[in-house]
Design a protein around this ligand. Structure first.
Ligand SMILES: Nc1ncnc2c1ncn2[C@@H]1O[C@H](COP(=O)(O)OP(=O)(O)O)[C@@H](O)[C@H]1O
Ligand SMILES: [Mg+2]
Length: 1101
């Protein structure tokens, strides 16, 4: 979500309207209550400590902020970290992230968020990951040694930390450098009630196993150690034992060896035990007060840990060697001095250990390669502190914050100015509070408080904290930001809260009263030389390194720089460092003093807002233009407000913005066009734009919704329609298929039935008639079979036996008699043996023809043929073949030659015409007579015979068909053994004599009629005239005889073709004769009609 969109209160307080402290606090409060802990002032992030875990951190938020620009999402530290990292990567600008705020306001947490963000977004790789891990893991180590529970913060950093993270050109971290500032070492020996010493002491006692504790000569119970305040040894929500293991692990990751870790813990144990070294008064022989160790055991244990002789340590703790150029004087220390020396030793050991740890981490994470690097510095320094009793530590801390404020003001203004100049917008000077006067008060080289302090420390003679205060009062008596009892008195003011030993400075963040007690000591930070020498001479490797000044060879009488000077110098270096980088600010605010969530104390926040100069900050930001944005982003956000820029602007972004604002007709003074950014003077204008945008978006969203809904319904409808069509198509298809299947099956069934029915109907008659025939046939067969089998089985056995079985049916009476006769003839015949093998002489069919009709069927019967063949078969089988042969032979023998000849002719006729010509069956029972004209009686006809002079075979009157008109003329036809003679009807005149050798072929009608054609050879003289078309009433006989005569005479089988259509050759040409069946009522009459010149149609029965 964007900064401006749906934000609680105002996300960027530059846009706050009206601008005053009340509205600012209200805005922060409102946002804080809605858990919006981050708010912008331009590019500065204000962070209010929520004192609860909010679900706005972690990888998915990092991923989100990675994708967007600073103002595009809700205010967040991630947005600032992203901005800094991208600027570092893309614009090659070193960055620093300055995190300021009171103790407990969330600075350290913020710095961790920045680091985890950078670690998450920068490139991944094995090496990079290990560097990132080392950088991240340096935190818990430093926190264990440098953080402690205070009344304000359970995990308060008691040192300042600046960490430079170095990146290569790709933005991958290479390593880093950590700089630490002024550890609050006084905490080692003393802390107020309700607070704790540094975490590591408690962690060690809680987390170390017994073996380790034994080796360190420690006891688990913290109450044994006077440096640890057992009352507050436990901190809610903090597991010291678990943290100890975590710290050990982190130390391993950051490069500490196991031995080093062990040595560090030994040093911690020494410090703890030093607190238990009890000192007592001892008076020397000369009566001078001295001191001595009460409990030798503790000192022995410490010495063992240090690798020192206990006496050496004892001596170092209780005496002091004064060294001049000439001599060494050893003086014993009073108990107070000895206690001071002991505590000084403990503080020094601890603070030097802390420095060593930081250096050791730096050694590990330092970048060896000298290639060009980009740097991102993260400054997490102690915040402005106003305690009840403020001492030297608060003084330097607040000085540091004063310097940071100076940087902030300077840089913000500078940046603002730079931006205006870069964008080509005129810059008006802005009035603001410059705190350099306070900085000068503290740090001025000659006239600064720190310089006075140093001077007082170095000055010979009686010096004390009060002389120091007197000096300050004298020098700063007229200073506006300094006051004390003395200066107040001079101005006749009286403030009971201001103690005699106190001075007050009016910091930019408020007035702070400092108590000068201990200032000199703390600034001197002296450790007696005897102690450093003793520690240097110890066998403990860390102590040797930590106390190099103890080396007698390096004796230098030059004083080391004072703590104040050291701090001032390191702050100066830091400032230089910060000025060289692009600053990014996180200003942390503490909402309440009770570390409670949801509680917003306006008073407390008001104070912080004041000293953080938030209002000033906003004013500076708003001095020119309250809001600025790059053209493309601005256009992108507001393009929907103009028709020309919506939905797409094709030209330059700046032109688009100009067009857009022109259409909105804003006040010309309200906007300024920079080179890359648009500047909007007052927040009102921006809100006006926002409101318009909101309304327009509402319209657009409605439009989009409408379109989308329409589209969705349409597509849904189309889809449903398509589906419905498909389903109905399939359904219909399926239905039709089923219906078709049914219809087809029914049709087939009906067809089958109908066809069957039709066929049955058609065949019924055949079936019936056939059945009748079959049945009658069967019955006849059975009858015949029964009859013949009966005969066979009852044949008389003796020749004299004349008995004979009567026929079972009357119909066989004659046949029975005949068979009886045959049987008896046979039996009596003496030729029985002689006839064997003679059967071949009698063809069976001849026998049939001869015997059957008269015998079995007196009248012609269609079945006679079959019955007879059956009878014959049965007869033959029952009576024996020879019996028949005998019968036949006997029958034949009794025939006259003429009769035989007649039968032969009959046989020939059968072969020629049987089943071919319709008149044949009638001709069978009629014997061939040959003469039908009473030839022998008519003399005139006999004359004709002389023409041939051959025996006459047949004489008959035939009709000759006239080829010209189809009319018929009677003719006498004589067939002799060699010729066919045709004469006129009276027989008086021979018309034609045809030699049989000239008859080439005969065509005869198949019907009842006697029409036939004699086809003659062309070579014959007669043949030249053409063929003869004749009609005979005895055609069968005539043609049979003609056939036989031709066979006898010419030894040639005369071809006789039975046909309805044949061609006749005449002199004039060929004529086709077609015989058609005349209706029955026309009788036997033959009519010939010429159809054209060469067609003759013969109508006959
Ligand atoms: N962003 C945050 N979310 C949740 N708790 C926080 C956050 N910032 C700070 N805190 C709480 O406030 C306490 C103090 O924060 P810290 O960063 O140590 O303050 P500082 O370093 O300014 O003294 C932390 O221990 C933590 O409990
Ligand atoms: Mg801190």
């Amino acid at each position: 979500m964007s900064l401006l969109e749906g934000s609680v209160g105002v996300g960027d307080m530059v846009l706050l309207e009206p601008l005053n402290e009340e509205s600012l606090l209200k805005n922060l409060d409102k946002r804080f209550q809605q858990k919006e802990i981050y708010t912008y002032i331009g590019n500065v992030v204000i962070s209010v400590n929520p004192y609860e875990q909010l679900p706005i951190f972690g990888p998915e938020f990092i991923d989100k902020y990675k994708e967007y620009n600073f103002y595009e999402l809700k205010p967040h530290i991630y947005a600032l970290a992203n901005e800094a990292y991208q600027s570092l990567k893309d614009h090659d600008r070193d960055q620093c992230i300055i995190i300021t705020g009171e103790s407990g306001s969330g600075k350290t947490e913020a710095s961790k968020l920045v680091m985890s963000y950078v670690a998450a977004v920068c490139e991944k790789g094995k090496e990079v990951n290990s560097v990132k891990e080392q950088l991240l893991q340096s935190n818990p180590v430093l926190e264990a040694f440098g953080n402690a529970k205070t009344t304000r913060n359970n995990n308060s950093s008691r040192f300042g930390k600046y960490m430079d993270i170095e990146f290569d050109f790709k933005g991958s971290p290479l390593g880093g450098v950590i700089t630490n500032y002024l550890l609050e070492k006084s905490r080692v020996v003393k802390h107020i009630k309700g607070e704790r010493n540094f975490h590591i002491f408690y962690q060690l006692l809680a987390g170390a196993d017994n073996q380790l504790l034994k080796a360190l000569r420690l006891e688990r119970d913290g109450s044994h150690y006077s440096y640890l305040n057992y009352e507050a040894s436990r901190v809610d929500g903090m597991d010291d034992a678990a943290n100890f293991r975590m710290v050990q692990n982190a130390m391993g990751i950051t490069g500490f060896s196991t031995e080093e870790i062990q040595q560090i813990l030994e040093v911690i144990a020494m410090v703890l035990k030093l607190g238990n070294v009890e000192l007592g008064d001892e008076f020397q022989a000369n009566g001078v007060a001295g001191s001595s160790i009460r409990d030798e055991k503790v000192v022995k244990e410490i010495s063992d840990l240090m690798g020192l002789q206990p006496e050496v340590l004892e001596r170092a703790l209780c005496s002091r060697t004064m060294e001049t150029n000439k001599e060494k004087v050893v003086t014993t220390l009073t108990k107070i001095q000895a206690c001071y020396a002991r505590d000084a030793l403990a503080k020094n050991i601890y603070s030097r250990l802390f420095n060593w740890i930081v250096n050791r981490i730096n050694e590990n994470i330092k970048v060896s390669d000298s290639a060009k690097k980009k740097v991102m510095g993260v400054l997490d320094i102690y915040g402005f502190e106003i305690l009840e009793d403020n001492s030297f530590e608060q003084f330097v801390i607040n000085y540091c914050n004063e310097k940071l404020q100076q940087v902030f003001i300077g840089m913000t203004l500078r940046e603002e100015q730079e931006e205006y100049m870069k964008e080509g917008i005129p810059w008006d000077k802005i009035e603001y509070f410059d705190n350099s006067i306070i900085c000068n008060l503290i740090e001025h080289n000659q006239q600064g408080i720190l310089a006075m302090l140093d001077e007082e420390c170095l000055r010979p003679g009686m010096v004390s904290d009060s002389t120091f205060l007197a000096k300050l009062n004298q020098i700063f008596s007229k200073h506006n930001y300094y006051e004390s009892r003395v200066t107040q008195n001079a101005q006749h003011q009286h403030d009971p809260n201001l103690g005699l030993s106190c001075f007050r400075i009016q910091h930019y963040a408020g007035k702070v009263t400092y108590n000068v007690n201990g200032f000199l000591d703390k600034n001197n930070d002296l450790l007696f030389r005897d102690l450093s020498q003793a520690l240097w001479s110890s066998r403990h490797p860390l102590l040797q390194i930590m106390f190099p000044e103890g080396d007698p060879k390096q004796v230098s009488l030059k004083r080391p720089p004072t703590a104040g000077t050291q701090f001032k110098n390191s702050i100066a270096t830091l400032m230089k460092n910060l000025y060289s980088k692009n600053p990014n600010y996180i200003r942390c605010i503490k909402p309440n003093e009770h570390q409670r969530k949801g509680l917003f104390s306006s008073e407390l926040v008001g104070t912080q807002a004041r000293y953080l100069g938030l209002l000033e900050n906003i004013r500076v930001r708003r001095a020119g233009y309250a809001y600025r944005q790059v053209y493309s982003a601005f256009l992108n956000r507001y393009r929907m407000l103009s028709r020309s820029t919506w939905p797409q602007w094709r030209g330059q972004a700046r032109e688009g913005v100009e067009k857009l604002l022109e259409e909105l007709s804003l006040d010309s003074g309200e906007v300024a066009f920079g080179r890359t950014k648009i500047f909007i003077r007052s927040p009102k204008t921006l809100f006006y734009l926002e409101e318009k945008r909101r309304l327009r978006i509402y319209e657009l969203v409605t439009l989009v919704q409408k379109m989308y809904r329409g589209w969705r319904c349409r597509t849904n409808y189309q889809l449903m329609r398509k589906s419905q069509i498909l389903i109905s198509a399939w359904f219909r298809g399926n239905m039709q298929k089923k219906r078709y299947g049914k219809i087809k099956a029914s049709t087939l069934l009906i067809q089958a039935f109908v066809r069957g029915w039709k066929i049955r109907k058609e065949y019924r008659r055949y079936f019936r008639s056939g059945a009748a025939l079959y049945l009658s046939n069967f019955i006849y067969r059975r009858m015949v079979q029964k009859f013949l089998l009966g005969l066979r089985n009852n044949l008389p056995s003796k020749i004299t036996d004349h008995s004979w079985l009567p026929p079972p049916y009357k119909v066989f009476t004659r046949a029975n008699q005949e068979l009886k006769k045959i049987f008896h003839h046979c039996r009596v015949s003496k030729l029985l043996e002689g006839v064997k093998g003679g059967e071949g002489l009698f063809p069976s069919n001849l026998f049939c023809i001869q015997v059957s009709p008269p015998l079995l069927f007196p009248t012609p019967h269609p079945l006679s043929k079959h019955i007879w063949s059956l009878v014959l078969t049965l007869s033959i089988s029952t009576l024996g073949s020879f019996f028949l042969s005998v019968q036949c032979k006997k029958y034949l023998d009794q025939l006259s030659p003429e009769k035989k000849e007649i039968l032969k002719e009959k046989l020939c006729a059968s072969e020629l015409f049987k089943d071919k010509k319709a008149s044949y069956p009638q001709s069978v029972p009629v014997p061939f007579r040959g003469d039908y004209v009473m030839f022998h009686e008519k003399h005139i006809l006999q004359k004709l015979q002389h023409e041939a002079d051959e025996p006459m075979l047949m004489a008959e009157t035939v009709n000759k068909v006239n080829r010209a008109n189809g009319k018929m003329a009677p003719r006498i036809l004589l067939l002799t053994k060699g010729h066919v003679i045709l004469a006129d009807s009276k027989g008086s005149k021979v018309k034609t004599v045809i030699g049989l050798e000239h008859v080439s072929e005969v065509s005869v009608s198949s019907l009842q009629n006697g029409l036939f054609a004699l086809h003659l050879n062309e070579i014959s003289s007669v043949g030249s005239k053409g063929d003869f078309l004749l009609v005979s009433e005895h055609a069968i006989e005539l043609l049979t005889k003609l056939y036989q005569a031709t066979l006898d005479k010419v030894k040639r089988q005369l071809p006789i073709t039975v046909t309805e259509e044949f061609t006749v050759k005449f002199k004039e040409g060929n004529m086709t004769v077609k015989v058609i069946q005349s209706p029955k009522k026309a009788g036997n009459k033959i009519t010939c009609k010429k159809k054209g010149s060469n067609h003759l149609e013969v109508s006959a029965q």
